[in-house]
Design a protein around this ligand. Structure first.
Ligand SMILES: [Zn+2]
Length: 172
């Protein structure tokens, strides 16, 4: 694979170039959603999410639904998160269990409404935890919930012109 075609958070592996560069111009559109045209009805063979009338949601698959891999599972497979949330600071380290419970609860509630918005990985380090997500909304939602619950400093950084976000929450 040439360097130009190497996958990045906004450029999925495989075949994206022929769809034109336009999808990358709009930071609000996830290229993992727009780069593949799914035939409906469809069901993800990995996670079971169902595509119906242009919307991914949790439901029983219709008989004869096309087996596909949904955009969230494609990101998971490619290990290319759209969002990251870093939690750090002495308060966080001392209250890791409670804060991570809040993180998981917010993620579950988001996922009930938006089936493709998910945590991809949780990387627990000595002095911080890094949560990666399939989308750019979940890290902001969790960050705001952390700030509401425990104050601290919340910094949200949108990558310019890309569907990607970096959120940091710190409390010492
Ligand atoms: Zn899936």
């Amino acid at each position: 694979m040439s360097k130009r075609n190497a996958p990045t958070p906004t450029r999925p592996a495989g075949g994206i170039d022929r769809h034109g560069a336009r999808v990358f111009d709009d930071a609000s559109h996830d290229p993992y959603r727009s780069s593949v045209k799914y035939k409906e009805p469809a069901v993800c063979e990995t996670c079971g999410v169902v595509l119906h009338q242009g919307r991914w949601h949790w439901a029983m698959a219709e008989p004869g639904a096309h087996g596909v891999v949904c955009p969230a599972c494609r990101r998971a497979r490619d290990k290319l998160p759209a969002g990251t949330l870093t939690l750090e600071g002495a308060f966080f380290v001392a209250h890791r269990t409670e804060t991570m419970n809040l993180v998981r609860n917010e993620a579950e509630r988001e996922n009930e409404e938006h089936a493709l918005n998910r945590i991809l990985a949780i990387d627990e380090q000595n002095d911080r935890t890094i949560v990666s997500t399939t989308d750019i909304h979940l890290p902001q939602r969790i960050g705001r919930a952390l700030e509401r619950a425990w104050d601290g400093d919340l910094v949200i950084h949108h990558a310019k012109g890309e569907y990607s976000i970096d959120v940091r929450w710190r409390r010492d």
